[in-house]
Design a protein around this ligand. Structure first.
Ligand SMILES: Nc1ncnc2c1ncn2[C@@H]1O[C@H](COP(=O)(O)OP(=O)(O)O)[C@@H](O)[C@H]1O
Ligand SMILES: [Mg+2]
Length: 340
């Protein structure tokens, strides 16, 4: 745990429901987490677990069909004190300066984020000028410097090229440069390496860690792959069906998983000698978000569920160590006693 003055973000009771024609989709079901300066927090879980929705909420980037629970809090520490992003109006000026400013975001497919007819230097310069009081000339110098820092050789030539002239890995480096241009305190990276091959992926992960060390920003790194998390994160939050089911340091999660779902995710990591194979899926289907299971959301796929308990009560977080929490009835004092 870090000192409170190092806290960048404090999220409490974050709940998000989509109104759809088929009914309500509970995408994020009341989650809590903190992000500290310089911390890389890995958010991991299968597709559909709510990772993207919960982080898009942090910059109010959700469609209007998404409803935030009224008691949700997303407190960001800013130069003017704490701001609860949940309380900001969509057109509030502070929101515009937070989005792409204090909080920057990179996504899976950099091609769709870069305008095809726009030279790659432009979005970097625009991001720098939007959030910092500088001239166009200064912005170009900053862009050249950032291109170099993210590992693009010959930035003087590259800065005037178009996205199609760059490889996928280079485009993702450009997107990282765009994100860094605003000097963010928090970078949200949503599956930024999923579309890249393994070697390039490893280079981007190294780069993000280096940039964290250099700039001291925090990173929320989202992936469905616990193998990737183990390479980049300091701390991990495991999500399943809109809930955080386990949190801990990366070592605690990898060597000492306490939630049956985390253990299954670990078993699904491809072996080192078969890195290019697809992940083995966890048996059983993820329930439809329109029909959430009662009690613990994982009980329908859990080998060790306790009958009469797990399908009835939703578990609360239980402390394993000061940095390690698990929401699972197998760790209830009561059930431990009855298992002896
Ligand atoms: N615009 C939307 N309308 C309705 N449901 C949505 C919308 N966007 C996401 N969802 C639902 O929210 C849940 C979480 O999605 P998401 O955060 O994208 O998952 P992840 O990023 O973990 O793969 C899913 O069940 C998904 O179907
Ligand atoms: Mg996603």
């Amino acid at each position: 745990m870090t000192a409170p003055d190092k806290r960048i973000m404090r999220v409490r009771d974050l709940g998000i429901t989509f109104r759809t024609e088929d009914g309500d989709v509970r995408a994020v079901d009341g989650i809590d987490f903190d992000v500290d300066e310089g911390q890389i927090l890995g958010l991991v879980g299968e597709s559909g677990s709510g990772k993207s929705v919960c982080t898009r909420a942090l910059i109010q980037l959700l469609p209007s069909t998404a409803k935030l629970d009224p008691d949700s809090r997303m407190e960001l520490s800013t130069a003017d004190g704490m701001v609860d992003i949940a309380k900001l109006h969509r057109r509030d000026k502070r929101l515009q300066s937070i989005r792409g400013g204090e909080i920057a975001m990179i996504f899976q497919e950099p091609m769709s984020s870069l305008a095809p007819t726009y030279r790659i230097g432009n979005p970097i310069m625009e991001s720098a000028m939007l959030h910092r009081d500088i001239t166009k000339k200064e912005a170009r110098t900053i862009a050249l410097d950032l291109l170099e820092r993210v590992g693009i050789s010959d930035p003087e030539t590259r800065i005037d090229q178009y996205p199609f002239e760059l490889s996928g890995g280079m485009r993702q480096r450009v997107m990282i440069a765009v994100a860094l241009a605003s000097q963010p305190r928090l970078l949200i990276a949503d599956e930024p390496t999923t579309a890249l091959d393994v070697t390039i992926q490893a280079q981007i992960l190294d780069l993000l860690r280096e940039l964290r060390d250099e700039f001291g920003m925090a990173i929320i790194f989202i992936t469905h792959d616990l193998g990737v998390i183990s390479q980049i994160a300091d701390d991990v939050a495991v999500m399943y069906l809109g809930k955080i089911v386990e949190t801990g340091t990366v070592r605690e999660i990898i060597t000492d998983p306490e939630h049956p779902y985390t253990s299954k995710l670990l078993e699904a990591i491809p072996r080192l000698d078969r890195l290019n194979e697809r992940l083995t899926a966890i048996p059983g289907d993820i329930p439809s978000p329109l029909a959430r299971p009662s009690g613990c959301p994982f009980h329908t796929r859990c080998d060790v569920a306790i009958a009469g308990r797990c399908e009835v009560d939703g578990p609360s977080p239980i402390e394993i160590s000061p940095s390690h929490f698990v929401s699972c009835h197998l760790h209830d004092k009561e059930s431990e006693a009855s298992n002896v």
